[in-house]
Design a protein around this ligand. Structure first.
Ligand code: 9D3
Length: 247
């Protein structure tokens, strides 16, 4: 999969795309990431990429010409691309969207800055618009990196942890159970005894109960959509009983 990223801050992408799984995937040729400076496509003498909004109002708007020139310049450099604008007005990014996009041969990600991008770019030159959540960023760059990260680990061969991306939570819609490693006693806080018992059936049930309880507690939205098995209901019931007797 090829990513082309259009930004006025190309330097922001250096280390995040060189480290860890994404860096390895690039080294191994499983993904290609090309970062393009929108300013290089601005033709006026000051290489302006933004201007004041028609109709007045706060801040600046990204001009259409440099972005569209950049899009045209790179259009033929690879397979046909889906052009995605990162914007707070986009559809909310999710694991489902990540899976959908990870099947494409090429993505162009346009990172907005300031108050946003001229609407004619959004309307006429993009295929998709994505937001990564309901909070305010200073621009689309970090959002683009999140999209690259989430898609990369879905591409076959990118995970050291072979194939586990497929079975992840959020596809399963329940949060993960708590994990522990050595030491068994960390500053007086010990690992739950059941995990040291060697009884794999009991461990499996404990983990499932923990996963269900924390999903109910922390993500009632996910919990409401769960289709609980009779074992799940029994595990939750037993956990509640235990909680009662502990009091
Ligand atoms: C007047 C209100 N605005 C500024 C506080 C709107 C606004 C414009 C531009 C808010 C954020 C931004 C920059 N953000 C992005 O480009 C962005 C984004 C985000 O802010 N949140 C979640 N996903 C994304 S994707 C791109």
């Amino acid at each position: 999969m090829i990513f082309d990223i259009l930004t006025i801050f190309p330097g922001m992408f250096c280390s995040p795309l060189e480290e860890s799984i994404v860096g390895k995937a690039r080294e191994r040729g499983l993904i290609g990431v090309r970062v393009h400076n929108i300013r290089d496509y601005a033709v006026d003498k000051h290489q302006m990429t933004d201007d004041r909004p028609f109709g007045g109002g706060e801040g600046m708007v990204m001009k259409p010409e440099p972005i569209v020139s950049a899009l045209r310049a790179i259009a033929g450099d690879g397979p046909p691309a889906r052009v995605v604008l990162l914007t707070p007005q986009g559809r909310l990014f999710s694991q489902q969207i990540a899976r959908e996009l990870s099947r494409l041969p090429r993505l162009v990600l346009i990172c907005g800055r300031y108050e946003g991008v001229d609407e004619r770019v959004a309307e006429r030159f993009t295929d998709d618009q994505i937001s990564i959540g309901d909070y305010i960023l200073t621009g689309g760059e970090l959002a683009a990196m999140i999209v690259v990260d989430a898609l990369t680990r879905l591409i076959p061969g990118t995970l050291g942890n072979a194939g586990s991306a497929l079975a992840d939570s959020f596809s399963e819609t329940v949060l993960e159970y708590p994990q522990y490693t050595r030491p068994q006693d960390f500053e007086g806080v010990t690992v739950p005894g059941i995990l040291l018992s060697g009884n794999h059936e009991q461990i499996r049930r404990w983990r499932r109960a923990q996963a269900l309880m924390r999903t109910r507690q922390r993500r009632p939205d996910l919990f409401a959509r769960l289709d609980l098995s009779s074992e799940d209901s029994a595990l939750l019931e037993a956990a509640e009983q235990e909680h009662q007797t502990a009091k």
